[in-house]
Write a protein that binds this ligand. Structure first.
Ligand code: IMP
Length: 180
């Protein structure tokens, strides 16, 4: 399907599942090299990262731990800037190699907050792996952003874990909002 409708918005196909999975395989290879003989802690940011996390971890062969944090900071298509931590961070990240797994980095506010919280536990390292990045929306550079699947324009996207007002997370492909 090249065009879909979700609630009041029209979307068009943007990244097909095959393409996403090929990119994830390459990220997996890189992670396996970079974290050889370490035991990283993959920390997914719910809800958006759940599909990406599952596909990514199938490519990871190094020994690792997995956990999730839930942050709610978004309403509709614009960042509200408000950040609420619904589920807390694990408290055993001291001296660990932490990899934060995000669906998308937009302004970077959410990520900045998560990184500052993790740093309080003095981990050995923190890196971020995000499927998507909107470089033009990023408010300030994030040094930890090491692994990025695709850099995209400031379009609103949905599918493969990403939602529009709660809908569309189950779509296999990623769609972008049609400009009206
Ligand atoms: P940031 O704090 O502005 O970087 O926003 C990050 C969060 O906003 C992501 O984890 C998503 O939940 C949400 N978000 C940002 N852009 C989009 C989008 O294009 N589609 C769906 N959700 C988005």
């Amino acid at each position: 399907m090249n065009s879909i409708q979700i609630a009041d918005k029209g979307f068009e196909i943007f990244l097909e599942n095959d393409n996403i999975c090929k990119r994830i395989r390459l990220i997996g290879i890189q992670l396996n090299l970079d974290y050889e003989n370490r035991c990283p802690y993959f920390l997914g940011v719910l809800n958006g990262s759940f599909i990406f996390m599952a596909d990514l971890l199938k490519e990871v062969t190094v020994s690792c731990e997995v956990g999730f944090i839930k942050i709610s900071s978004y309403e509709g298509t614009e960042s509200s800037g408000k950040i609420q931590q619904a589920f807390g961070l694990p408290d055993n990240l001291n001296e660990r190699d932490v990899i934060v797994v995000e669906d998308i980095v937009d302004t970077g506010f959410t990520l900045g907050y998560i990184i500052s919280e993790i740093k309080k536990q003095a981990p050995s390292s923190i890196k971020v792996c995000s499927l998507l990045l909107k470089p033009k929306a990023l408010k300030s550079p994030i040094d930890e952003l090491e692994y990025v699947g695709f850099e995209i324009e400031n379009d609103f996207v949905v599918g493969y874990g990403l939602d529009y007002d709660g809908l569309g997370r189950n779509l296999k492909d990623i769609y972008k909002a049609k400009s009206v």
